[in-house]
Design a protein around this ligand. Structure first.
Ligand code: UDP
Length: 477
């Protein structure tokens, strides 16, 4: 039965979605002998260097096909990234159909198609071609619970804005979540985004299985609750859930040369540097950027900061900022004053190498799920600074559920002031702080649990084997 089975995967647009998909593909190919075709939706003719380098680094059993770029000329200039994300998939459906059809005509072992939740329309294309649809949620079980819970929540709430919900939401097995901490895409129940999201939530059960980037020891109660509901409701309504994480980037993260910041890290004392990064597209307002700069300086701690031009909108899915000159928007004299203690990198750093470096002792993060798991896999405690998407859900879980992060207080005006930043940074990094020690110790334990989950008999290894077994069975039937 070990004739190579073939699966096709479709990450939604953006390097940060591609990274966990590529890593999952790698594992299925190397550990379970699958042939994987990675189908890449594109928005312009220019394929980013990072995407290309990532795809080129994959093993021979993983090949890739770019879909023809979709056209956004009809969209307003200020169209939101989430609108572009969903439209990229919608407008790629005819070419996806064509690609899947031609793969089928040459390989009768194409057994499954894996998309992320935002590609739910693509699942229907696969189903129509008799290819088993699966969903890979590159997020955690708590975020997946939000998806599953939303249709019910929608029927019960009467407020327009989720942030006005009077009581916290109690998702089974999860820490209570205030309405304001729900995904930003579902804050306004009258928005197009909300309708899109609700639609996704209702159609998740179309999948024959859901793979989630989490592991049992990280979210045992939430995962058990998801499975139990599934058993309680019978096989028809909720697909089996496979917790296979942490699936994090291995190897070099980008083709860009990160050697300068790595050699700077090499000269710093052990666990002394706070790495500051807001993911592939997070940006701060101009005021917030200034406060962060002064806050880092006031903390007296060493830092490695990936800076982006200030902007009130995220730079997600927008062009890179490679020509960036940080001096143009950092406070006057900041770079000179902090030359000995800090390093500033424009727009992108080799994150996985930074986090696994012995000099890195803390991570101020926007709580994107991949960044978070990279922190966990390396045992680096966090300062939770969520910006958009599901990042606030992650922050609540990390701070209130797992106790592996500190969350600075945001003022009424939406800005975290420099004094608060300096205080939180000192607590996390200063070896004398009890609170910091608790968070650091908890993160070390979580790191060990993550390694165990991925070990020979670990829960995630077993879940991936179960999935592989099920898929291979389809190839032989
Ligand atoms: N990343 C990186 N260098 C950077 C910023 C991000 O390598 O300077 C990688 C990071 O390691 C992670 C991904 O980009 O794998 C970001 O994904 P995440 O889910 O954390 O956040 P998003 O970009 O989706 O907001």
């Amino acid at each position: 039965m070990d004739q190579t089975a073939h699966i096709a995967i479709l990450p939604s647009p953006g390097i940060s979605h591609l990274i966990p998909f590529a890593e999952l593909a790698k594992r299925l190919a190397l550990h379970h002998n699958f042939h994987v075709t990675c189908i890449i939706p594109t928005t312009t003719d220019d394929r980013s260097d990072a995407t290309k380098a990532l795809l080129d680094s994959l093993p021979a059993a993983v090949d890739s096909i770019y879909l023809p770029p979709v056209n956004f000329d009809d969209l307003p200039k200020d169209a939101k990234p989430s609108a572009k994300l969903s439209l990229t998939i919608t407008r790629s459906l005819p070419s996806l159909h064509h690609v899947l059809n031609s793969l089928l005509s040459t390989d009768n072992r194409l057994v499954a198609f894996l998309a992320d939740p935002f590609g739910f329309e693509a699942l229907e294309v696969a189903k129509g071609l008799n290819i088993s649809p699966y969903v890979f949620v590159p997020l955690n079980a708590m975020a997946l619970s939000v998806f599953f819970h939303l249709p019910k929540l929608d029927e019960t709430v009467s407020v327009r804005f989720m942030r006005h919900l009077p009581d916290p939401i109690k998702l089974p097995g999860c820490v209570p979540l205030h309405g304001k901490d729900l995904f930003d895409t579902i804050q306004d129940r009258e928005s197009e985004n909300y309708k899109w999201f609700l639609n996704i939530s209702k159609r998740l059960s179309l999948a024959e299985g859901i793979i989630v980037n989490s592991f049992l020891d990280l979210e045992s109660a939430a995962l058990k609750a998801l499975q139990q509901t599934e058993e309680a409701s019978g096989s028809s309504s909720k697909p089996p859930i496979y917790a296979v994480g942490p699936i994090v980037q291995t190897g070099l993260s980008t083709p860009k040369d990160g050697s300068e910041c790595l050699s700077w890290l090499g000269k710093q004392p052990r666990c002394s540097v706070l790495y500051v990064s807001f993911g592939s597209g997070g940006t701060l307002s101009s005021d917030q950027l200034t406060e962060l700069a002064f806050g880092l300086e006031m903390s007296g701690q060493r830092f490695l900061w990936v800076v982006r031009r200030p902007n009130n909108e995220s730079a997600y899915l927008s062009e890179g900022q490679s020509q960036l000159e940080p001096r143009d928007f950092l406070p006057n004299g900041f770079l000179e004053r902090n030359r000995d203690k800090g390093m500033v990198v424009p727009s992108w750093a080799p994150q996985t190498q930074v986090l696994s470096h012995g000099s890195t002792g803390g991570f101020l993060s926007h709580c994107g799920w991949s960044s978070t798991l990279e922190g966990v896999a390396n045992g680096v405690p966090l300062i939770a600074w969520p910006l958009y998407a599901e990042q606030k859900v992650n922050a609540v879980m990390l701070v209130e559920g797992l106790n592996v992060a500190l969350r600075p207080k945001v003022e009424e005006n939406g800005v975290v002031p420099r004094e608060e930043i300096a205080k939180v940074v000192k607590v996390l990094m200063d070896k004398g702080s009890e609170e910091g020690k608790r968070v650091r110790d908890n993160m070390k334990e979580l790191k060990d649990a993550a390694a165990k989950a991925l070990g020979k008999d670990g829960s995630s290894t077993r879940a991936l084997s179960d999935l592989a077994f099920t898929l291979k069975n389809k190839a032989t039937n």
